[in-house]
Design a protein around this ligand. Sequence first.
Ligand code: NAP
Length: 342
Amino acid sequence: MSGTAERALGVHRVLEPRGALPQAADRLDADPAIGPDEVRVAVQRLNLDAASFRQLSESCAGDGAAVRAAVLGIVAARGKMQNPVTGSGGMLIGVVDAVGPDSPLGLTVGQRVATLVSLTLTPLRLTDGLAGWDGLGEQVPAAGTAILFARSIAAVLPDDLPDAVSLALLDVCGAPAATARVVARDRARSVTVLGAAGKSGCLSLAAARDAGATELTGLVRDGAEAAALTRAGLADRVVVADATDPLAVAAAVGTPADVTVVCVDVPGAEHGAVLATAEGGTVVFFSMATSFSAAALGAEGMAADVTMLIGNGYTPGHAALALELYRRTAGVRALVDPRVRR
Ligand code: NAP
């Protein structure tokens, strides 16, 4: 690979271990001085990935100040926001404040953007001690700088939506795009979504409907979520079960679906998802709390002939699709809005 191609991936920003790509690196160089092919963003807000925020919050027993200190510690130590336990990050919004002359991203100074590459590979320096954040929600008002490489992607923020909503939608926009693609490819009729009342879950239901699925099941954690999802009208059937209890999932779902999409933010949903999926069907593991070994060995142990996909955060057109689903689907707005702290 040429030096230019390596730079485009951000390899020159990796401090440890040398030779790793930024996502896998332990530590990045977050120096705000940009190279000719880079873009610097003045950070305004981070969106921590749901699995990461839950893990941090639980490990700090819900103490917001401790969560804030943990995030500051991670960013200071690693030069990026990558939770060492979940391995996941999130994304950010901010204003473009410097563009290198060779950057191919087409961004201009002053544009308000959301990064569509993960925080796990984005060099990040925080300058405000996260003073404006109480540590109690996934969205983190922040000041500092982030660096985009030549192969990073960013979306210009839409003017018609609150930033906090755009940020939340763009963080999970890979889920509806992956769901739409699989439903269309498999000509799937039945789709089950685990964690269906969450942000990625409700978007995935809406995307599945658009893509032609006709039997949509939403699995949720409890009666309150069931009521909310029923009111939203996105699923044909709403069932309640703990997604981490495989037998309970199988019993609640009943007839297995052509496609199952895992959108919970907790570990342990792999086996229930496999049981919920018909022979020859497909499971999309969007959750960052998914274990590859639990999924692969679990499916083998059940002699389940299912295709298992890792929900790639990137699919062409994913950002526009998620924003569009939110704009035109009242049920999606009804479920997403209460989860977004503005
Ligand atoms: P979210 O809005 O918090 O939704 C998660 C939903 O799962 C919530 O409704 C939650 O219920 C429910 N849930 C949690 N534990 C459950 C259980 N045991 N049984 C049934 N339901 C349960 O999260 P999100 O933002 O959509 O993110 C979902 C997942 O996507 C996370 O794991 C996140 O890390 C991942 N993600 C992946 C990518 C990617 O590129 N693949 C990108 C971004 C995010 P409560 O609210 O009641 O807890």
